[in-house]
Write a protein that binds this ligand. Structure first.
Ligand SMILES: [Fe+2]
Length: 193
């Protein structure tokens, strides 16, 4: 019996310098105005949005669906920068499904992967080029770029995982990453007190 079109293998090509692969199905841009609720310094958000609303990060995406499986490939490219003294970061999310993990692979730049459970367990893993992290189910995850160049990471997960952004977007993680005396430092998130 002939295979269906979607059941054939697909390969895409990653460009390590650009931090993108092709072909890709879609891409998403997040600017400071899209992330205003996440950053603590609202005056800095307002002035940055007025001054041109800079790009914070982009996601490039491909969903590999066959007749019996689904696997997503994503690449995220976070620009270097800060809102006030707080480093650029992704929205972060929990997975909707309670049994769905994810692999993140840092291919460029440096920063931190922040992870937290609903029960309040918090873990921050330092990332440099080449760090690969396994995020177990039920751990929210967010990536922060603390370097001076774009931070690029590749993600693989099942489409069935789903995403819940709201909790993390509004309350944030237990700790924020801010620049103090020119260095990244963790401070407690005031919104969580
Ligand atoms: Fe995820």
């Amino acid at each position: 019996m002939a295979l269906k079109k979607e059941d054939y293998p697909i390969s895409v090509q990653f460009d390590f310098d650009a931090g993108e692969f092709s072909p890709q199905e879609k891409s998403v841009e997040r600017k400071v105005s899209d992330l205003s609720v996440m950053f603590q310094d609202k005056a800095a958000v307002e002035s940055m949005v007025k001054a041109g609303d800079p790009l914070v990060y982009e996601i490039f995406y491909y969903g590999f669906k066959t007749s019996v499986s689904d696997m997503a490939l994503g690449t995220t490219r976070i620009q270097p920068g800060k809102v006030g003294n707080e480093y650029y970061m992704t929205k972060g999310h929990f997975h909707e499904a309670h049994d769905q993990p994810e692999i993140y692979f840092c291919v460029k730049g440096e920063g931190y992967l922040l992870m937290e459970t609903h029960e309040g367990e918090f873990q921050a893993d330092k990332w440099t080029r080449g760090t690969i992290s396994h995020i177990p189910p039920m751990w929210a995850h967010r990536v922060v770029n603390t370097g001076n160049e774009p931070l690029v990471f590749v993600a693989t997960y099942h489409l069935a995982a789903g995403h819940i952004y709201k909790d993390v977007e509004e309350k944030g993680f237990l700790k924020r990453l801010v620049e103090i005396n020119g260095e990244p430092a963790f401070v407690l998130n005031e919104q969580r007190k």
